[in-house]
Structure formats: C-alpha cells, structure tokens
Design a protein around this ligand. Structure first.
Ligand code: SF4
Length: 407
C-alpha cells in the first residue's frame, strides 16, 4: 500500500466512503490517570481544561473575586491564587464561597503556607518541591494533602531546579527536569498519594517541549502544560502557541495555562484558540479568510467582520471559509463545512463540498448565515452536535492511545 493509499484509508470511516471534508488528525493522547479537582476531571479522556491565575494580592478578596468572575465569564475552568502570606491563606475560604470554578492555591518557598492553605477549602495545591526547603517538608505537605483529600500539582521549573541536578547535567535541561519530577513522584507514591498533576515548565520553548515529551514516555500522571513567563502579548501568545502546539499534536496536555503579562482574562481566549487551531478542543466556529490581494473584487474585510460579529457566542464547531476569488476559493470553500468563493460583486456558497447557492455581494452575509443555521439544524438532527464531549470524542474517530512506558 502506498503512503497515499494508507492516508485515504485513514480518513475514510468506511472502505469506499468519501473522505471527511477535512483531514482528521489521528491524535494519540498521552494516557493519563484522572484527577478530580473540585468536581472538574483532569486527565484520561476528559477535555483539556483551561486555567488561569489572578493578579491582585490574594487577601484583597473583592478584587480577586471580581477578576475570577471575569475569568469565569471568559470560559476559565479552574483558577489559581498565590498564597505567600498567612493573610492570603486566611482569605481562601471567603474567595471559594464567592466563585463557581475550582480554586487552586499556589505555594512557593514556605511549606508552612502550604500547610496553612490546606486548612481551607481549596480544590488543589500547587507546589514546587524544589523550593520549599527540603524533602521532609515536601513529605509533610503530601501527608496533609492526602489526609484532606486535596490533589496537588508538582510544578518543576527549569529556573528553580535542584542544584545537584543542574551540576549533574551541566544546565537545567529536559532530562534534569524529568529526573527531578520523577523523584518527587516516587516520594509521593511512597506516601500512597496519587492525586497528582505534573508540570515541567520553562520559558524556553524547546526545553519545555522536550521535557514534557520525555516525561510522557515515563509516567501517567496528567500534565499541566504551559510556557512560563512568556511575556507580553502578542509575542507571548505566539510563543505559547509555539510551545504548546507540538505537545497538543503529540496528545500531551490535560490542562493548560497561557501566561501573559498583565490582565489574565485574555489568557483564556488565547488558550481556547490554541486548542481550536490544533483541533484538540473545538467549541466555536472557525472562520477561515484569505489575506486578500490585488485579485480581490469584493469588500472581503467588511464581509468577514460582519460574519465574525454574527458568530459571537455561537458554540457550533463549524468551519466557515470566506475567500476573495476563484484562485483558491472553490478549493478552500469545498474543504470547509460552509464556504464562499467570491468573484466580481458575487459569489458561490458551498456546503459540504457542493455548490448550494449563487449570491450577490450584497446578499452574501445573510445567505451565508442562513446556510450556517441550516447546517446546524441538519447536524443536530443527525446527532452530530452533542456538545463538547462529542467534539472531543467524535471528531477524532481514529484516535488511538499511546502506550504508557514506565521508566
Ligand atoms: Fe488573493 Fe484570491 Fe488568494 Fe484571496 S483567494 S488572497 S483574493 S488570490
């Protein structure tokens, strides 16, 4: 069988059937155990969860809650607050009372803050065992988290790796990060504690990507993925996408955070856009538009802006393409669920690869939106629009699983 034949076979659900409209990537997801965080399941076959972190001092409850509500409205599914002082730990119960999503406390340097935070109704604790003052203190936190039934993220960072590992490997490289995390996992397991999520972050994209890849071959605790200290948008969004996309395409990542300097609310949209572009979690329409050039003979920017506005809030995972001329227009429009290929003052609308309408430029937006609604009704009727779970499972019918390789 040639490579092309193998590909055709892969994208057809039954032999002899027409291929899907677009290539469905055969994702192989890193097989991870499921960890429940405040009622949100992370790992296994669950959708990749999007999280963020607040910026005001945690004891400033009103400000923190206000920001969390904005994050919730943007679609954030878990939120983290930092707990550097006793007064921050004391504020956790009040914050928890006023928000809907699971609350994670973030601890650095002081294991006493971890122990204090665990006295409050938090849903997860995040620590970097390398900076809380030794393995005994790490064990104390593990034991208390276990007693309270609270899960933990063990967050190893390239920037704060143990001295001996940096000396052993010469610099904070991916194998050193993985050795560090495996060591902490072994300690947690010796305490019979398994409610763990792992992160191996770096602000250096290749380091982070290789660290997660190396880890995924050796353990099955779910991963929180991210490029730490990515900086200021838009570069930080591009950098995060560069780091997270290869991981997501490899099936690695069970929850993610995009770290942006400043307001955290845009982190949520950026995370969902990365998940959508990699087809790992699609929960809104995707609009494809050409960049325009000298061949353009309609007001493409105006049309795209109107369609984009009309689609705000829609959750349907439909692919819509709007192309300015016949060079690539018909081909692209055929691959989308609904597409327009425009000509001079007019265009044709394609649905599932077939021309369904000829329209004037003035009618394009209305006609396109009508066709989108019809498409939604038809897909609903066929049972293809069952919400996100169906997207996660049904849009990738050929997905297989990576075997777990224990180190
Ligand atoms: Fe130019 Fe046509 Fe390509 Fe748009 S689709 S960029 S108008 S050649």
């Amino acid at each position: 069988m040639t490579e092309q034949d193998a590909f055709l076979r892969l994208i057809r659900s039954k032999e002899g059937e027409r291929p899907n409209m677009s290539y469905q990537h055969p994702f192989r997801r890193h097989q991870t155990r499921v960890v429940e965080v405040g009622g949100v399941a992370i790992g296994g076959d669950n959708p990749i969860r999007v999280q963020s972190m607040t910026t005001p001092d945690t004891h400033m409850v009103a400000e923190v809650v206000e920001q969390i509500r904005l994050l919730e409205a943007a679609g954030c599914e878990l939120v983290r607050v930092t707990v550097p002082k006793a007064e921050d730990a004391a504020a956790l119960a009040e914050i928890k009372k006023q928000i809907k999503i699971p609350l994670i406390c973030d601890i650095h340097f002081d294991h006493k803050m971890a122990l204090a935070a665990l006295d409050h109704p938090v849903d997860k604790i995040r620590i970097n065992p390398g900076n809380i003052g030794g393995l005994d203190k790490f064990r104390q936190v593990i034991r208390k988290a276990k007693d309270k039934g609270i899960p933990m993220r063990i967050g190893v960072n390239a920037g704060s790796l143990e001295k001996e590992l940096v000396e052993k490997y010469g610099f904070p490289c991916p194998p050193a990060m993985v050795e560090s995390v495996l060591r902490y996992l072994e300690i947690a397991e010796s305490e019979h504690y398994h409610d763990i999520i792992v992160s191996l972050k770096s602000s250096d994209v290749p380091t982070a990507v290789e660290a997660y890849r190396l880890y995924a071959k050796q353990a099955n605790y779910p991963t929180h993925i991210g490029i730490t200290e990515a900086g200021k948008p838009p570069y930080a969004v591009v950098k995060s996408a560069c780091g997270l996309s290869p991981l997501l395409m490899d099936g690695i990542g069970d929850t993610m955070r995009i770290s942006l300097l400043g307001d955290p609310v845009p982190e949520v949209a950026a995370a969902f856009d990365i998940l959508q572009a990699t087809q790992r979690r699609v929960r809104k329409p995707e609009l494809i538009a050409c960049p325009t050039c000298g061949r353009l003979e309609i007001d493409l920017e105006g049309i795209v802006a109107e369609v984009e506005k009309a689609l705000v809030g829609k959750k349907t995972p439909i692919k819509i393409s709007i192309l300015g001329c016949v060079v690539n227009g018909p081909g692209e429009a055929r691959e989308a669920d609904i597409g327009i290929a425009a000509g001079k003052g007019k265009g044709v609308i394609f649905k599932r690869g077939e021309i369904v309408r000829h329209v004037l430029e003035s009618e394009m937006v209305t006609a396109l939106l009508e066709e989108v609604e019809k498409w939604e009704a038809e897909e609903l009727e066929k049972g293809n629009l069952g919400g996100e779970k169906s997207i996660e499972n049904n849009r990738h019918p050929h997905r297989t699983r990576l075997p777990i390789v224990k180190g």
